[in-house]
Ligand binder design. Sequence first.
Ligand SMILES: Nc1nc2c(c(=O)[nH]1)N[C@H]1C(S)=C(S)[C@@H](COP(=O)(O)OP(=O)(O)OC[C@H]3O[C@@H](n4cnc5c(N)ncnc54)[C@H](O)[C@@H]3O)O[C@H]1N2
Ligand code: MOO
Ligand SMILES: [Mg+2]
Length: 593
Amino acid sequence: MKIVPDEKDQIQDVLIDWSDQLALDIILTTGGTGFARRDITPEATKAVIDKEANGLSTAMLTGSLKITPLAMLGRCVISGGSGLDSRPGNSKENFLIVKPWLKHAVNHLRENKTAVNAVHSKMQDKKDSTPAHTHDHISTTDTFSLVTYQSFNFNFVCVFSKRSSNIDKVAKRPRKSQYPLINFDEAVRTVMEHSKCLPVETIPIEDSLGRILSEDITAKVSIPPFRASIKDGYAVLSSDGPGPRRVVSSSTAGQSEPAPVRSGSVVRITTGAMVPTGADAVVQVEDTELLAATEEGAEELEVKILTSAKAGQDIRPAGSDVMKGDTILKKGTRLGPSEIGLLASVGVTQINVYRVPTVAVLSTGNELSDPHGTLREGHIFDSNRIMLMMALKEHRIPFVDMGIAIDNTDDLHKKLSDALSKADVIVTSGGVSMGEKDLLKYCLTVQLKAKLHFGRVLLKPGKPTTFATIPSSNTEKLVFALPGNPVSSMVCFNLFVLPALRKLMGDPSPSPTKIKAKLTADIRLDSRPEFQRVQLVWGDSQIPQAFTTGKQISCRLLSMCQANALVQLPPRSEEVSILRTDDVVDAILIGRL
Ligand SMILES: Nc1nc2c(c(=O)[nH]1)N[C@H]1C(S)=C(S)[C@@H](COP(=O)(O)OP(=O)(O)OC[C@H]3O[C@@H](n4cnc5c(N)ncnc54)[C@H](O)[C@@H]3O)O[C@H]1N2
Ligand code: MOO
Ligand SMILES: [Mg+2]
């Protein structure tokens, strides 16, 4: 929906863009069709339509005259192909007059012969004048944009636009982007709003590294399951105090039911072994002396305890680490090696986690050669695909390599549809800016019927970043159409894609880690908020120092290499156009510090 002033070229721009870029079937507008000097809608529309369709206009005129004789003052243009009808009087009534037939008109436009003939034969059989398909009348979810018919005294303009677009008529492409530059935070919010936890699955703990628990985990056994010795030494009665003791048996780790300890005797014990009944302390071997042993020394017969043991000394009571039934890991925990070890220690070997998204990675561009092939004249090697796939690998996110699509709507449509069937998320690079071969937005909105949430972000690098969603069974798939410049695609992967993927896999804190960093050189600010690549180094200062990776132009992949952070720089303002050495800025971590 859009409100356009009574300016002929602005009305024309919108009509051309909506019919050609968005390839809408119907555009309804109201207003601007009276006799006043500013009323210009019919003229603006006549300038862009191919054919007129006066039948609808007559129908509306007849219908309107029944409401008010003023209808005769309407100036109308209507088209099949791409045209307009503009009527005075009651735009809602006007719309209701033509509405039952719009779907039929659109089927004509689309040359959908089956649908058209179906209506005709129904009409033939019934010989009645009610439209054969009143039940499937146009709904606003159809591929047409109901602009505004607010009140009854507005006029009414209906545009049928061509299904085909001017995608291949370069002179007709928009010279200004139709996509507002939304700000970075809003873009992130939009992405995260559409990134919902994937369903839960049960997996063995061996496959669980990096996964997020979808429920709390409770211990199946206590740790330790029995009283365990912390030291290698002798299990004693603390009340015996220091002095000579008979060594009556031994308890080694793994042994069960060791002989009991009575006053005057001890049981030799190893770390982790079961503490025998009767004993209430362990004295380490370093605090004893050997008094007697068998001939060949195979057995100890008597030792001297040199210290006074305290009750409980060097013994781990059963369940002292974890009691059976304790919650040991909370829902939302990301599983690392230690967490998985803990699961094993309490006998948990199958867990419920959120499914990890599969990501389809597609490079686009006629100029791309596969790095494994030969470099053709005028080509460059495709670096983005492997870079993005390795970034996914680094985060243990499965991916599907969709190869390279050429700048052609059929190839793009085929590859994007294939990607949709294989993945939860599609990440493309290239073809989203203003170029005549930048077809992604068209393919997404027109061919894949995606909902495009934003097509440009006030951001450097990454301005043309495009984010869309495509309904899929009871959820929606995410599409990140990243800019082609390698640095832009990598920076935007970190700023938008990775947080979304983390959220999909259940991570309760999906945003990148942000810390403070100190600049080590002056930086001239850009008109856009900017993320510059830096290497953060912990010097002796409280916060790490940020060393630039050099020239930051977004095609220079070198500026990404060895970068472990992106410093977030504000846009240039009247007051501040340069940041100085030692200024402190926010830095988003993208690598190890
Ligand atoms: N008139 C305007 N031109 C451009 C604008 C603008 O606002 N007005 N935006 C600029 C910005 S900012 C960016 S970012 C780029 C992004 O454009 P696209 O997303 O359409 O990217 P492409 O045109 O397809 O490619 C840009 C650049 O990157 C190279 N490239 C593309 N894919 C790969 C790949 N897989 N591996 C390596 N290099 C790749 C491509 O050859 C181009 O040099 O648009 C600006 N233009
Ligand atoms: O948006 Mo860009 O600034 O070249 O990536
Ligand atoms: Mg481009």
